[in-house]
Design a protein around this ligand. Sequence first.
Ligand code: ADP
Length: 265
Amino acid sequence: TFRIHISALPGAGWRRPVVLTFEDLSEQRVTERMRVDFVANASHELRTPLASLLGFVETLQGPARNDAGARDRFLAIMREQGLRMARLVDDLLSLSRIELRAHLAPETPVDLTGISREIVDSLTLMAREREVTLTLRAPTEPVRVAGDRDELLRLMENLVENAIKYGKRGGEVLIEVLDGPAECSVGVRDDGPGIAPEHLPRLTERFYRVDTAASREAGGTGLGLAIVKHIVLRHRGRLTIESALGEGATFRAVLPRFGAPPRKP
Ligand code: ADP
């Protein structure tokens, strides 16, 4: 698809020179389409808990007005729905903040092992609830990447949380930090049911889920991996996903080592 711009150059009379500019709209179209889809999806995701919340308010104001038992149950559900909306709004805000800074590559030295250890500590309770063992394997020396500490914590939190949520109950999650001359990486591997190949290319899209009910049940917003992808991109790194049905899944973020010369484009 093309848009044609016609502009006249200054000159006299009807024989003024005219410039035609052809603009390829296809890429712009795709971006616009994605934006429209995103707004529609986000609205739908918010609308669902909102409708449930309003429904319960109306029931409490009407038929269940004098039913103390129902009131407690409904209030508990309403709280859940409210929390769900809050999580969604927080994730949407995180995503847009990361995107706003996409052109600024983070430059502070961050130790991937330290970050991983913090996440293991903060998610130990969650892991215990699913009887999952968290194991951290890392070199003894610090593994420093050029990064943004808060974003890397967020990245690791999302990956390890997913491994606990979608991995096998009673299974093992291995977090492995690797050092290299130009690039370092951190991988999160679970021994859960894995992901079928047809889902892999779309996994980091906003709101894409393999099993929507399971994701909602686990408190997911469908934005976790989109956030991970944008953090990795801002760090000029890459995310690899390896999985097959019945074989668990490994998510690995490969990031530029601190002090390494920038990669040629
Ligand atoms: P959610 O909030 O739904 O967890 P994510 O963006 O973090 O959203 O993940 C998208 C989907 O990818 C999840 O809904 C789940 O279906 C799938 N997924 C993510 N991590 C794993 C994993 N370790 N094993 C199997 N499936 C996974």
